[in-house]
Design a protein around this ligand. Sequence first.
Ligand code: UDP
Length: 488
Amino acid sequence: MEVAPTKTHITLLTSPGMGHLIPVLELGQCFAVHHGFLVTIFVVTTDASTAQQLPHYSSYRDLLNIVFLSPVGVSDLVTDSMAILSQLVLIMRHAMPILRAEIAELKPRPLALVVDLFGTEAFEIADDFGMLKYVFNTTNAWFLALTLYYPHHDETSKHDHVYLHKPLDIPGCAPLEYEGTLDLNSRPDDRVLQEDYAKMGLDMAKADGILVNSWECLEPRTLKALRDPNLLGRFSSVPVHPVGPLIRPVNPVENFVSRSKVLDWLDLQPARSVLYVSFGSGGTLSADQLTELAWGLEVSQQRFVWVVRPPIESSSFGSYFRQDKRTKDGTPDYLPDGFVSRTREVGLVVEMWAPQTEILAHESVGAFLSHGGWNSILESVVNEVPMICWPLYAEQGMNAAMLSDHLGMATRSREVGPGGVVEREVIKEMIRRAMEKDQEPAKFVRAKVLELKRSAEAALAKGGSSRGSLEQVAKECETGLRETARGA
Ligand code: UDP
């Protein structure tokens, strides 16, 4: 009698936040669909995270075994004054014992553990259970290069970057401007952040492989430097596998059954006439900045969909760990008096959360004003939507530089950043420049986005570079299975 071959079982671990959960689910789905793997995804949650309440992962349930770990209590653990990176590192550390217990129970025994950037402390668990260990860097290769090199940067160059605003060199890669290192430069005395970040780079160098949500043609120079033993390969010899762009595809349920009112509204607007404004899953603005943005939108006289959140003074990622706060009648009281009624004909305000992928795929959307989270960027590329970057925290400053200065698929204003308040006239000009589609530079940017979209499609197609990278990792996982079977 023939015995059915055991399916290769692998596990993935995601830290809190939709920006981490979505690409990890997509990666898990690729292993399940393209390689027939059994995939268990562990989702670290907190008692304040909204991820579990959101419907986006429902379509993955048929293919993946999704396990929400019992929530980590954040109120006694993290404070608003801590950098987002340090908060996530602490939360993940607290989730480790429960992850260990869950992995011990899994059958068949998983052969590999793939963690996101914040999950490298789980490598110890992977070692104890004899699993291969991978990092999935859910952002770009340039950020990966910085992370791997950061522990080896000398103190003088770090000092000169933070205090003299000199660019930070990364061997073989584009240097990083002062504005690019948002959290590090705005918290020069935060030793915990610096140590956490350096540890992340050192831990990643112990992986069996690093997967990146990018593709060969998008970042050839950086990927070459990462693999060159005379450049970044001196600090990490871990193979780097670009597997992207992995993004959540348009949800057919959202489109055809319980269609959101945003999509109905977009149906009524002319092609490419609407600016979509959103600061990701956690981004927030101060009250003054929110007011200026509202006025900027109004005086620009462009159509818009704006995902709004209550203002927060002390933090640019204020919604990351907070419960969803919506007003009862759907009219936010923190926008300028009369804003919603004055702009009713041209704009739509959506509180807290909107179906972003579906919005970006809609033909009425002409540009995206974004905080520049990496998922948002990839979603823009795939849907051919030019961007305006308004970086707020984490690696978003690097992303803005990459998009506008290196790739030309976005515009940004030097006046936009987490520091002072950007005034309405600056915002108006920025929006107009991006939306005037018959003018240069909007035409130039659109041509660039189209070019990137085509190269992304080629990378993901059968025989493309990203599919090839994923196949290589899948083969390693299967080889792990054969070796284990031999040793048993
Ligand atoms: N997102 C969404 N609706 C929203 C805000 C965000 O669907 O109103 C999704 C977005 O499509 C993306 C993710 O949440 O997939 C946010 O990831 P990103 O890397 O852009 O930013 P982050 O939230 O991690 O800063």
